[in-house]
Ligand binder design. Structure first.
Ligand code: NDP
Ligand code: MG
Length: 381
């Protein structure tokens, strides 16, 4: 029985982790359930799972929680989530939080010598330089959940140190893949949230439309697989059936295929190297279908280029980009910024940002705070 501390249970990924746990009660037990502010969903989950511990990181929301199972010890505040990660006995901490906020939970888990099932991509995008050596020195596994990195890991036979020539990351192209630059000027949040192949949280769905998400995934792959940036390729693959590929020295390419669903990478992160029945649709080979590939048009996706440059630059650059993007995407979703201005805000913040070496969490946190401030200033102009 694998004991799981789940952080970010009320989000798109978190709900699917709960689904996997409920489908396999003989294999998984969620011993601590943590989220931020969605009280209704949190209470619903508490009463299904009846975990020993639970916490909401938003102290105000925690005051509104009433419907708790008698056997669950409940706490409020960010420190309470960190305390549960540190102190509750578990095999793995599943970090399904969105944004920079996920980094501190991943760090707490690694410092407590607990394996991390990592959905939160900002952990590696912003903190890869700190996380990777720390996990190594603590003897902790950072297990990929993002579908592309899970695909690569499967192609490497679950061995992140296995040699390869190139990693080939596939991208759906997001909601606006067939829009011209002219048409992008007027797109709305509702259109950006209408992803052609995946159902996800709002921030990552917008990041798919700008391809910032794909830039992030290149940085994640760099850290997870110790890959040079020039050995990580990206290709547009509209159908999202091939989740990524690995090319080996002899030219052989292995691909991992499946319907677009996060259930499989979530479950596999908890059961690898074993595979079990999985409540996921199957690719239907009884009908004719085609898989398409096309190169990324970098000029159409300035956020993708910004992310690649920040990854190569390293240090606090990706953190500054991420902070700017979190603020800009929020502004876009609340109608205060146009879609094309997301990239302009990110670029503006990066031009002002003094890149420092990413030596510890507080350096990253400072970079995050400064970049957020700068982004808000640019948006208000
Ligand atoms: P959502 O926005 O749907 O959910 C975010 C979750 O994080 C919610 O449970 C939210 O709580 C919680 N949360 C937010 N801030 C905090 C905080 N400070 N402390 C504790 N919990 C917090 O996001 P997704 O599920 O879509 O994405 C989660 C992460 O996984 C992101 O990094 C994303 O990039 C990555 N990812 C997502 C994929 C997907 O299919 N959705 C695919 C691959 C990667 P509450 O709702 O209670 O406020
Ligand atoms: Mg992905």
């Amino acid at each position: 029985m694998k004991k799981i501390i789940l952080v970010g249970s009320t989000g798109s990924i978190g709900k699917q982790v709960v689904k996997v746990a409920v489908a396999h009660p003989d294999k998984f037990s969620i011993c601590a359930l943590c989220a931020h502010s969605n009280v209704d969903e949190f209470e619903r989950q508490l009463n299904i799972l009846k975990p020993e511990y639970a916490a909401l990181s938003c102290a105000d929301a925690a005051k509104r929680v009433g419907n708790i199972p008698k056997t669950t010890a409940f706490y409020g505040g960010e420190d309470a989530v960190i305390k549960l990660i540190k102190e509750v006995q578990a095999d793995v901490v599943f970090v399904a939080v969105s944004g920079f906020a996920g980094l501190k939970y991943s760090l707490a888990a690694i410092n407590a010598k607990k394996d991390v099932a990592l959905a939160n991509k900002e952990t590696l995008v912003c903190g890869g330089d700190v996380i990777t050596p720390l996990a190594k020195s603590m003897g902790v596994n950072v297990i990929p959940v993002d579908s592309e990195h899970s695909a690569i890991w499967q192609c490497l036979n679950f061995n992140a140190e296995r040699e390869f020539k190139n990693l080939i990351i596939t991208a759906s192209g997001g909601a606006f893949r067939d829009y011209s630059k002219e048409e992008l000027k007027k797109v709305t949040p509702a259109q950006a949230l209408n992803h052609p192949t995946w159902q996800m949280g709002a921030k990552i769905t917008v990041d798919c439309a700008t391809l910032l998400n794909k830039g992030y995934e290149v940085i994640e792959a760099h850290h997870l697989y110790n890959a040079d940036y020039n050995s990580i390729k990206t290709v547009i693959h509209r159908e999202s059936i091939i989740h990524s590929m690995v090319e080996f020295t002899d030219g052989a390419i292995l691909a991992q295929m499946g319907v677009p669903s996060m259930i499989l990478p979530i479950q596999l992160a908890l059961t690898y190297p074993k595979r079990y029945d999985c409540e996921v649709g199957k690719v239907d080979f009884s009908k004719a279908f085609t898989l398409n590939f096309q190169p990324v048009d970098e000029d159409k996706y300035p956020c993708f280029k910004l992310a690649l440059n920040c990854g190569i630059r390293g240090g606090t650059a990706p953190t500054a980009l991420n902070a700017a993007a979190e603020v800009a995407v929020n502004a876009f979703l609340s109608g205060k910024l146009s879609f094309l201005d997301i990239a302009k805000v990110c670029d503006g913040v990066l031009q002002e940002h003094e890149v420092l070496k990413a030596t510890d969490y507080s350096t990253l946190e400072n970079a995050d705070i400064l970049a957020r401030r700068q982004a808000l200033k640019l948006i208000s102009r």
